[in-house]
Ligand binder design. Sequence first.
Ligand code: GSH
Length: 199
Amino acid sequence: MPHVLYTGPSSPFGRMASVVIRETGAPIEEQVIDVYTSSFLDPINPLRQIPTLVLADGTGIYDSRVICRYAVALATRGLMAAENPWDIETRWALAIGIMEAGLQRRMESLRPEGEKSATVIARLGERIERALDYLEPAAALLPREQARIDSIAVAVALEYTDFRYTRGWREHCPGLGAWLAVYGERPSMDETRPRDPPH
Ligand SMILES: N[C@@H](CCC(=O)N[C@@H](CS)C(=O)NCC(=O)O)C(=O)O
């Protein structure tokens, strides 16, 4: 039995784990599932969320951050930098926060008219914009050629923002836009682009 990552076609957290698996070369297979009908996950991850990694012995590993750490531990190629580790960890957390805000905003937008809150949608949009503006000066600190955990997470968060919210952030974050134009070309990014499942 191989180790299997259960993920989805458009999950930013799943994509981050998939990119990390590719970049580290960790021996983990992937399976795309519909999380909403995947009750088989319940005894493994009672949250029934993706990504969930199921090890060969049946052990469940989640959430995305733990899966990334597990993949790094399993592989020979590391993604955690020795220099400024707390800056890098914090930028990783910020990128995850952008993904969370993007997902929450999307879920709120999908609620029926009369139930969704324009205030909540606006507040989450503002959170994303604020985080991107904060990140803009850090574009110069993000490696262009090297796989590192903060750069992977930032790239996934930016492309999820494009996918579910807006590409307009480039107007006030040109450094991040230029960086993503290069970093997004990595095979690990190209192979994992989010898509909506067919209806
Ligand atoms: N903290 C979790 C969040 C995972 C998450 O929210 N996954 C979403 C897909 S993007 C999900 O499984 N949603 C289904 C649900 O919550 O019912 C992580 O980082 O892995």
